[in-house]
Design a protein around this ligand. Structure first.
Ligand SMILES: NC(=O)c1ccc[n+]([C@@H]2O[C@H](COP(=O)([O-])OP(=O)(O)OC[C@H]3O[C@@H](n4cnc5c(N)ncnc54)[C@H](O)[C@@H]3O)[C@@H](O)[C@H]2O)c1
Length: 378
């Protein structure tokens, strides 16, 4: 079997979820290539060395460009902050390497457009880590929609709620807090949390044509970790969106880091003519499902435990009744990526899919500024 030599950039939160996926995927999926943890790159020598030893990487670099120059790397995996995605992805594609990139693809649709052009010109397999598509319960909603179980869809609503930036004392910028620095992150919750909601929505319910949004920055100044000075905050702390889908349905989205008590509450609901489905990240192995065609006397919301072998991805795991978790979404996406890569194909969500989400988030941020409905770019 041929090796698939991986070069990872960034050893933070996502560096860990991805490394776990590279190690676990071949144990549970019958993959056409053998993943090899060839090298990891990050700037701090001591820490990158420790990370490499912990996860079993054969080598490390302190400059990401060294990974691109190395002939023994087949795929570059970008798990570093948003301001690094474009440069690394384009360099990797131009060197003929496959590219996996964390979300959001670019900080703006302009950045993402250049990234799409690079991977498509080089014709290299690519994917964006919008991992929630591969929660078995969410994947099942997609299957049910494609089978026409919902009939016409009227409503799509989703939220992503957190509460970790409420304190005025929290600084912005630097390690761990780059999400609060607009120059690094590109935007606040719109490009970070809401982007997940949008990617899943586009996949399940099709294109969004126009949006009307409001955003708010509740805390206007924070000390910057790197300069030590109090500086204006440029990110959106909360984002609320109304939209229209191409299929005629209406969408409502909300993301915030100011919903006290909520840590990572991603919920989505679809209301169709015949059925409705609801999913919640805090109870991710369950699908709430209502079918109006059930016999009236016993009709109601079903809470389906997604653990059986005929439900998406579950045949790769334990016995019916035993559930899986967050890290498995990355294992599923990586396993699917390797399958696609062996055929020379990009894996949805591809860079082009990631661009579609960036077009929507750009329109949301524009609408919040203009206070007008805005058409989503293409
Ligand atoms: N798919 C998801 O659910 C999900 C969840 C969290 C984060 N993300 C995305 O993943 C990316 C990374 O986020 P994170 O939470 O892992 O961040 P993090 O801060 O935990 O880790 C970032 C890593 O990148 C490294 N880094 C920064 N600049 C670098 C450079 N120039 N060269 C090499 N390494 C560099 C840092 O040292 C660190 O190791 C972001 O784009 C973020 O939006 C996605």
């Amino acid at each position: 079997m041929k090796n698939l030599n991986i070069g990872l950039v960034g050893y933070g939160f996502m560096g860990r979820t991805h490394s776990n996926a590279f190690l676990q995927a071949p144990r549970y999926f019958d993959l056409p290539y053998r993943p090899v943890l060839k090298a990891v790159a990050a700037r701090n020598k001591e820490r990158v060395e420790k990370f490499a030893a912990n996860w079993g990487y054969q080598s490390y670099e302190t400059v990401w460009r060294k990974l691109i120059d190395r002939k023994d790397i087949d795929v570059i995996d970008i798990a570093s902050p948003n301001d690094t995605h474009k440069e690394i992805a384009i360099a990797a594609a131009q060197a003929g390497k496959m590219v996996m990139c964390e979300k959001p693809l670019g900080r703006t649709a302009d950045e993402a457009t250049a990234m799409v052009a690079a991977v498509e010109a080089a014709n290299v397999p690519n994917t964006v880590w919008y991992n929630y598509r591969r929660v078995p319960a969410v994947f099942l909603i997609k299957e049910l929609l494609d089978e026409g179980k919902f009939g016409r869809v009227f409503h799509y609503r989703a939220q992503f709620l957190q509460d970790w930036t409420i304190s005025q004392d929290l600084p912005q910028g630097g390690e761990g807090l780059w999400r609060l620095d607009v120059s690094v992150a590109g935007s606040g919750v719109t490009g970070d949390l809401l982007a997940h909601n949008i990617d899943t929505a586009l996949w399940l319910n099709g294109a969004i044509t126009e949006v009307s949004a409001m955003t708010e920055t509740f805390i206007k100044e924070r000390k910057h970790t790197l300069t030590g000075k109090v500086e204006p905050v440029g990110i959106d702390d909360a984002s609320a969106v109304l939209c229209r889908f191409e299929n005629g349905s209406l969408g409502m989205f909300e993301a915030t880091r100011y919903a006290r008590g909520h840590k990572a509450l991603y919920t989505l609901e679809i209301n169709g003519e015949k059925t409705s489905a609801r999913w919640d990240l805090h109870d991710l192995h369950r699908l709430q499902y209502f079918d109006h065609r059930d016999e009236g006397r016993v009709r109601g919301w079903r809470s389906v435990h997604i653990t059986d072998g005929d439900q998406p991805y579950m045949k790769h795991w334990w016995v019916p009744g035993l559930q899986i978790g967050y890290e498995h979404t990355f294992i599923h996406q990586f396993a699917d990526f390797v399958e696609a890569a062996a055929k020379g194909k990009a894996l949805p969500p591809t860079f082009r899919d990631g661009l579609a989400t960036d077009f929507v988030t750009d329109a949301i941020l524009k609408s919040a500024k203009t206070r007008q409905w805005e058409t989503v770019g293409k």
